[in-house]
Design a protein. Structure first.
Length: 217
């Protein structure tokens, strides 16, 4: 097994289980809503992860057009950045307006392109650096990073290897988002019993489930 085989093994497990599991188990309202203050919506997390992967694989590692070009109108989201640094109001607006059917299609399209890019990288020098100048040029020309989140450009342009870019943006970043999404699924399940009461000997006992919030950019 070479490095690409290893990547593809882990990538398939994360993406198939994540996307199919979420769309199959959560209602549209649950995908769009914040399960707890300070926690981003599942819809936003999925969109954000797909945007990071789309840009990095297609514009940093190769010279292909982003899959976004084919999906932006169907998504009903005009933003071209990756979402890092968005305000709560912006997250809520995107979550409310995004077409969830198109989001699932976009995720599938990005996944398909990533598999093709990974295969094309087989046998290449994965230790070669992704030129920082290229990263900055793409970010500036295509509006990948929103004002106020310029640190992300510096992070990506810091002489990262092709192997790092592949793993970090398509696997490790997705893995972090997947962990938080699973936390949100648990929160949604707990929320069903957030308020409950028990009547005993004429007294009303109430209990509230306390939920821990977490935010990912």
């Amino acid at each position: 097994m070479d490095a690409v085989d290893f990547f593809l093994t882990r990538y398939g497990e994360v993406h198939t289980g994540l996307v199919d599991g979420l769309f199959g188990s959560l209602a549209d309202a649950q995908l769009r809503a914040r399960p707890h203050p300070g926690v981003n919506t599942v819809a936003w997390l999925l969109w954000h992860s797909a945007r990071i992967e789309d840009v990095a694989l297609n514009r940093f590692l190769t010279d292909r057009a982003q899959m976004l070009e084919e999906w932006i109108e169907r998504l009903a989201v005009t933003r071209r950045d990756v979402g890092t640094g968005m305000t709560d109001a912006e997250v809520d607006d995107l979550s409310a307006r995004i077409d969830l059917h198109a989001l699932r299609g976009y995720l599938g399209a990005v996944t398909g392109r990533t598999l093709a890019v990974a295969e094309a990288l087989r046998g290449s020098d994965l230790e070669a650096s992704v030129p920082g100048d290229r990263v900055r040029s793409v970010v500036l020309a295509e509006g990948v990073v929103a004002p106020g989140a310029e640190w992300l450009t510096d992070f990506w342009a810091g002489g990262r290897s092709r192997a790092w870019t592949l793993a970090q943006t398509a696997l490790l970043h997705e893995r972090v988002s997947a962990q938080l999404v699973h936390q949100i699924q648990s929160v949604l399940a707990l929320a069903q019993v957030q308020h409950y009461s028990l009547s005993r000997r004429g007294y009303l006992f109430q209990s509230r489930v306390q939920l821990k919030s977490c935010v990912i950019d």
